[in-house]
Each structure stands twice: as structure tokens, then as C-alpha cells.
Design a protein. Structure first.
Length: 249
């Protein structure tokens, strides 16, 4: 299919997991794609995999000045932007008593502040029409223990989808959100840091998912393609929850 034929798309955090799979699907749908990644290793791996089909930019999602550099790269290479998928983020979980100001600020910077100022920096480049998709989380809905900071950053993105929709609609820019549940990505290995603990963690989480399994990055990417395409032209300020029924419990 060619639902994104001729469109220019930027995916933050596009070097692994949901972001990388979305890049693959965007390219398959005809888009010209740019992705960002924070580490040199992940950037090089993604560049090797996607080859000449994508512009790969190393960028810190939480660095405000760095967002201007990303926007400058989009301007130089493409001249405009039709699609933005704000996907980069971190998931840090801890009880209220264990949060330090430094860790709090880091989560806010990467999950919320950086994305906000990236959208601001890209504002002059958005085409009419254009689509912004924000990757949030079911944690904004379910009140899971130890998720206070992560959930508040994702809840703020959900609010942003609505407020920016009202602000940008006259420019033809639609803003929508996806809220995934547990997805098969490297995230859970990072959370536990131990293969044995990862297995126990995934088993415990799976027991809470009515459909009985983790989601796949491809299942989330398909939803992003829908929001990015003209098929969702009448969908504005909306949220699609992709969690196997977990938030319905």
C-alpha cells in the first residue's frame, strides 16, 4: 500500500522497538523518513538496517537545544514535515520515597519537555495538512504502583494532544495519541537488568493482560500509520489504547 506516498515523517526514538518498526512501516507505505536515537551504537545499527531509506539523526530527546538541531536537519534535508511521531521516552519506576530530584527532572525532560520544544522547533516546517502522533501509555490510566512519575509524564502528553489540537487545527495539523500497554521491546530487559528477573517480570505482567500476551511493535506501528495517514483525517485530539484489554480490568 501507499498510504503515506510522498509524505515526510520524523520518528523520535526510532532506532529500536516501536519506533524502528514504525519506520519500517512508514517506508513501506511510501514515506520519506527521518529517525532519531540517543546512542551512537543504536544510531549506527539503525542506519545499517534502513540504509538509504531513512535519515538517521543522533539526538538527546531531553535536550531542548538539541531539538532545534533536529528541526534544522529536517529543514535542510526535506524542507517540510508532514508527520511527527513523538516516540522517544524513558520508563523509570520507583516508590514515591525513592525518587530523587535528578531522576524526576530526567523523566520530565525526556518524556515531556523535550517533545514539547521539538514540536515548537518544528512548527514552521509542518505542512497543511499534517499529523502529530504522541506515544503515551496505559499507565496514565491504570494507577499502577511505582509508576507515579512515568504516568504523570504520559498523562501530560495526553493533555497535550487535546490542547495542541485546539491550537493547531486552523493550520491543518491534527494531534492524536496512542497509549500502548506492555509491548515486546527491549524496555523490560532494561527495567530488570537480569534475564531471570526479566522472565519473572514479564510473567507477572502477562497475568494482568486479558488477551494473555504482550503486544507486538508491529501492532502499535499499524495504529501510528493510521493516525499518520489521510484515513484519519476526521480524527483529532483522540487516543487509541492498545493494551490487550489491560486497562479494562
Amino acid at each position: 500500500m501507499n498510504r503515506l506516498q510522498g509524505k515526510v515523517a520524523l520518528i523520535t526514538g526510532g532506532t529500536s522497538g516501536i519506533g524502528l518498526e514504525t519506520a519500517r512501516q512508514f517506508i513501506a507505505e511510501g514515506a520519506r523518513v527521518a529517525i532519531t536515537g540517543s546512542s551512537a551504537g543504536s544510531v549506527e545499527a539503525a542506519r545499517a538496517e534502513l540504509g538509504g531509506n531513512a535519515l538517521v539523526i543522533q539526538a538527546d530527546a531531553g535536550d531542548v537545544a538539541g531539538q532545534k538541531a533536529v528541526a534544522a536537519a529536517i529543514r535542510e534535508n526535506f524542507g517540510r514535515l508532514d508527520i511527527l511521531f513523538v516516540n522517544a521516552g524513558i520508563a523509570q519506576f520507583a516508590p514515591l520515597e525513592q525518587w530523587s530530584e535528578e531522576d524526576f527532572d530526567r523523566s520530565i525532560a525526556i518524556n515531556l519537555k523535550g517533545p514539547y520544544f521539538l514540536i515548537q522547533a518544528l512548527s514552521p516546517l509542518f505542512a497543511n495538512p499534517a499529523s502529530i502522533v504522541l506515544n503515551t501509555s496505559i499507565n496514565a490510566h491504570i494507577g499502577a504502583p511505582n509508576s507515579s512519575v512515568y504516568a504523570l509524564t504520559k498523562g501530560a502528553l495526553l493533555t497535550l494532544a487535546k490542547t495542541l489540537s485546539g491550537e493547531l487545527k486552523d493550520r491543518g495539523i491534527r494531534v492524536n495519541a496512542i497509549s500502548p500497554g506492555p509491548i515486546e521491546t527491549p524496555l523490560y530487559d532494561k527495567l530488570s537488568g537480569d534475564p531471570g528477573k526479566t522472565k519473572a517480570l514479564t510473567a507477572a505482567i502477562t497475568s494482568q493482560i486479558p488477551i494473555g500476551r504482550f503486544g507486538k511493535p508491529s501492532e502499535v506501528a499499524k495504529a501510528v500509520v493510521f493516525f499518520a495517514s489521510d484515513e484519519s483525517a476526521f480524527t483529532v485530539g483522540s487516543e487509541l489504547i492498545i493494551d490487550g484489554g489491560m486497562s479494562n480490568l
